[in-house]
Write a new protein. Structure first.
Length: 100
């Protein structure tokens, strides 16, 4: 499953935008890695919710740990909490959702 978030769009007839949270990894950040699978992503199905660069393994782990902690919280439904100060929009998406 992938880290993502559902962001409300519009105050009336609110729709949910599905967005992915990405970490861009410089090749030099990984010493020993293997590509397990390459997938084609449908850019019409999902956008980018957040992005952060990682230049070493500890930064990759930092982003992962933060992502896990946010997703332990109960998600605020997309059409609720539109004026709340700290809604939880983070969630998981199955990889099948974004494939072409």
């Amino acid at each position: 499953r992938l880290f993502g978030r559902q962001i409300p769009s519009g105050l009336i007839n609110t729709k949910c935008l599905d967005l992915l949270d990405l970490t861009y990894i410089q090749r030099s950040a990984l010493i020993d890695f293997e590509v397990i699978e390459t997938i084609a992503v449908s850019k019409t199905k999902v956008g980018i919710g957040s992005q952060s660069p990682a230049t070493n393994f500890s930064e990759i782990k930092r982003d992962f740990d933060r992502g896990i902690e946010q997703r332990k919280k109960e998600q605020t439904p997309c059409d609720k909490g539109l004026t709340d100060l700290n809604p939880v929009r983070e969630c998981y998406f199955d990889i099948e959702k974004i494939k072409n």
